[in-house]
Design a binder for this molecule. Structure first.
Ligand code: ATP
Ligand code: MG
Length: 328
């Protein structure tokens, strides 16, 4: 068990990995549901497929069920219904190959980073004692804490604490790394470093399942994503396929918007809109340089020209009709 968490691990999930799920996938869930006492459905019939080798962004606003899903996958809370499979293996065999960071890592404030990881590693029955020192030094080095390894945890900044939690998840060779909001509380520099770290880990062949409520972050870091909304899956797929549902638009800045709009419509571009000195239209299959040449050819003064690709945020708003906000 390699999960960093504040609570003791609950018994393994009620839904055992079944033989027909998880083939080839790092994580697979079918109808996975968690209903808390009092009736709140935190996760509602989730069908998730996380391909091996992917950096999979698990996106959703606060309260959408990300942490609950992750806790079920790690056997920390029992599902109400449904099934799941991690690395296509029975849970006891899968978990040693999984490094995890779940909300609220618990470390001893009066111990150093190194001493904390020593304790943490000692609690893992699958970890090899003889290599502990080297593995710990390596993990601290990977997350950029080598210089602060001897410092007491209570004197660590928020970012340093988050890094230590990631280091704890990296103490052994992992096939799957599950990170619940790893950039929470980090400054922009720390966030960039975590992004880089995730990419490095993925480049070594580890599948990374990372939750976030930041669309832009997932867009920059992930190959795939799933979008959650109040416990339900709204969409999943490669980042390109998710954004591909919406078409890119071209934006022209010009003192002659009416002429520009006429040229764009003449080229066959759809949904031409003029607003002030800006004209936009769906680019469709047109090359932006051809559009530019046509505009210039027709005597339109082009001051600026840009292709605006849809972001995951646009996809999310398109799917739900709402902004990316807190779920109640
Ligand atoms: N132990 C619990 N008992 C009752 N309700 C819970 C419990 N844990 C979570 N919930 C509820 O389940 C829903 C999903 O919570 P969860 O923590 O999974 O969301 P999240 O997507 O991780 O949110 P965040 O981005 O804020 O971390 C929320 O409405 C939450 O209040
Ligand atoms: Mg959460």
């Amino acid at each position: 068990m390699t999960t960093v968490t504040q609570e003791a691990g609950a018994p393994f999930g009620a839904a055992p990995p079944s033989g027909d799920t998880g083939e080839g996938a790092a994580i697979r869930t079918r109808g996975l549901t968690k209903r808390f006492k009092g009736g709140q459905v935190a996760v509602d019939a989730l069908d998730l497929t996380v391909p091996r080798g992917s950096v999979f962004g698990f996106l959703g606003p606060n309260g959408s069920g990300k942490t609950t899903t992750i806790r079920m996958l790690l056997g920390l809370v029992a599902p109400t219904e449904g099934e799941y499979s991690v690395l296509g293996l029975p849970q006891a065999r899968a978990l040693p190959k999984v490094g995890a960071l779940v909300e609220g890592p618990a470390f001893y404030p009066y111990l150093s980073g190194t001493a904390n990881l020593m304790r943490f590693d000692a609690a893992d029955p699958t970890a090899h004692r003889g290599t502990a020192k080297r593995r710990i030094a390596d993990a601290l080095d990977r997350v950029g804490l080598a210089a602060a390894a001897g410092k007491r945890y209570r004197n660590y900044s928020l970012g340093m604490r988050q890094r230590l939690a990631i280091a704890a998840a990296l103490l052994g060779p992992r096939e799957l790394l599950v990170l619940d909001e790893p950039t929470n509380g980090l400054d922009p520099q720390g966030t960039r470093e975590v992004r880089t770290l995730v990419k490095e880990i993925a480049a070594e062949g580890t599948t990374v399942f990372v939750s976030s409520h930041l669309l832009a972050e997932v867009e920059q870091m992930c190959t795939h994503a799933a979008i959650m909304r109040t416990g339900r899956l709204v969409a999943q797929g490669t980042i390109a396929s998710l954004s591909g549902g919406l078409t890119a638009r071209i934006r022209v800045e010009t003192p002659g918007p009416d002429d520009a709009a006429r040229v764009l419509a003449g080229l066959g571009l759809a949904d031409v809109r003029a607003e002030g000195r800006e004209v936009t239209a769906e680019l469709g299959g047109h090359a932006p340089e051809q559009v530019n040449a046509a505009l210039v050819g027709e005597g339109v003064a082009v001051r600026g020209l840009a292709v605006v690709r849809p972001s995951l945020e646009d996809v999310f708003v398109g799917l739900t009709g709402e902004g990316f906000d807190v779920d109640g």
